[in-house]
Design a binder for this molecule. Structure first.
Ligand code: AVJ
Length: 320
C-alpha cells in the first residue's frame, strides 16, 4: 500500500530530515505561509550567510566585531578574569578571540548542535590559545545544558554574539535567556549582541543587498525544499523581499510569488496567489528600553552596554 511505502522512506530518514519536512509542511498549510528560519542554514545557506557578513549593506557583523575589538579594556574591568566563557551557538567562533584576549578566562566552553563543525572550531581556537582549557559541548542550547565538571567551580560568562537573539519572537527569546541562566548558574554574567532600531531604509538594505547575496540566501530555502523534499517550487517565480514590520520592530524576510503558482512538496499540493508570501525569517531590532525589558524578562539584569562608533549595534552585559 501507499502507507507501507511511506514507512520505508521514513526508516531511511534522519531525525533532521523528518523535522525539516514536518516544519515545512505545517508552515505551508497555514493562512500566512511561514518556515522557521533555522532551516535557512544548510551547508549552502551557512556559506551564503558567511558571504552576507562581507556585503557592504550588512552592517551588524562588522559593527559587533568593532565593539568586541575596541572595548576590551571595558570588558576586562566589568567582567574580570578567571571565568569560564560559555559561548552559545559558537559555530566557527570567529568573534571569540577578541573577547578571550581581553578578559583572560580560565576556560572556554563552546556549545553548538553541529558537532563536527564545533570540534574543528574548538581545535582551531585551542591552537590560538595554547594555555586555555577548551571543552566543546555538543548540545541544543534552547534547553538547560549540563556543563563539563571541569568548569563546575568557576564563575561563568555566557557569550551570545551575532544578534541571534533577535531571530526569536519575544517569548522564545525569554525562554532561551531563562535556559541560559539555568545552564550558567548563580553569579554568572551574560554578554549578548543586540541590533538596534534605525532608519527603515538602512535596515531593509541590510537584508536586501544590491549584490543579491541575501536574496540567494533566502531563495536557497526554496531550492533546499525542492532538493530534499521532492519539491516542485518554481524558483524563478519567487522574489526575495525584506520588509520592516514597525509594530514588532523587526525586519522580515519573505519569498513573494510573482504570479499565481501551484507546486508540490513531499507529495502534498500547495498554491500561492500573486503577491502571496512565505515568511522565512524575523530579525528583531531593539532600543535601550526594549533590550533591557527583554533581558529582564529572561532573568538577567543589564549592567553595561557598548555601541559601535556609528551607534548601529549594541553589546549588552547582564548579571544573573
Ligand atoms: C544570523 C541573526 C546574524 O538576523 O541579521 C542575515 C541572519 N538573515 N541576513 C540576522 C541574516 C539575513 C542574521 N543573524
Amino acid at each position: 500500500t501507499d502507507n507501507a511505502g511511506l514507512k520505508l522512506v521514513d526508516l531511511d530518514e534522519s531525525g533532521v530530515d523528518r523535522a525539516f519536512r514536518a516544519d515545512v509542511l505545517e508552515g505551508m498549510r497555514g493562512p500566512q505561509k511561514a518556515i522557521p528560519a533555522r532551516w535557512l542554514y544548510d551547508d549552502a545557506g551557512s556559506q551564503l550567510y558567511e558571504d552576507i557578513t562581507q556585503v557592504p549593506e550588512y552592517y551588524p557583523a562588522r559593527a559587533e566585531t568593532e565593539i568586541l575589538k575596541s572595548r576590551g579594556a571595558d570588558f576586562a574591568k566589568a567582567i574580570g578574569s578567571g571565568r569560564a566563557v560559555v559561548e552559545f551557538g559558537s559555530g566557527s567562533s570567529v568573534k571569540t578571540p577578541a573577547l578571550l584576549r581581553a578578559i583572560g578566562p580560565a576556560a572556554y566552553v563552546p556549545l553548538d548542535i553541529a558537532g563536527d563543525f564545533l570540534r574543528a572550531a574548538a581545535a582551531d581556537l585551542s591552537a590560538k590559545f595554547p594555555g586555555l582549557p577548551v571543552y566543546p559541548v555538543e548540545a541544543d542550547f534552547m534547553r538547560r545544558v549540563e556543563l563539563p565538571h571541569e568548569v563546575a567551580h568557576l564563575a561563568k560568562l555566557g557569550f551570545f554574539p551575532g544578534g541571534t537573539l533577535g531571530n526569536m519572537v519575544a517569548r522564545t527569546a525569554t525562554d532561551l535567556l531563562r535556559a541560559m541562566r539555568e545552564t550558567l548558574g548563580e553569579g554568572s554574567m551574560l554578554l549578548v549582541g543586540m541590533d538596534l532600531i534605525k532608519d527603515q531604509s538602512v535596515l531593509e538594505a541590510a537584508y536586501d543587498d544590491a549584490g543579491r547575496v541575501t536574496a540567494e540566501f533566502n531563495l536557497n530555502l526554496a531550492r533546499r525544499i525542492n532538493r530534499e523534499l521532492d519539491g516542485t517550487i518554481p524558483i524563478d517565480k519567487l522574489e526575495h523581499a525584506a520588509r520592516w514590520n514597525d509594530q514588532y520592530a523587526r525586519v522580515e524576510m519573505h519569498l513573494v510569488a510573482r504570479e499565481a503558482i501551484a507546486f508540490e512538496i513531499a507529495g502534498e499540493r500547495f498554491a500561492m496567489k500573486a503577491g502571496e508570501t512565505i515568511h522565512t525569517e524575523n530579525s528583531h531590532k531593539f532600543d535601550r528600553r526594549s533590550a533591557d525589558k527583554q533581558l529582564l524578562a529572561g532573568g538577567w539584569t543589564p549592567v553595561g552596554r557598548w555601541l559601535d562608533a556609528e551607534e548601529r549595534f549594541s553589546v549588552v552585559l547582564a548579571e544573573a
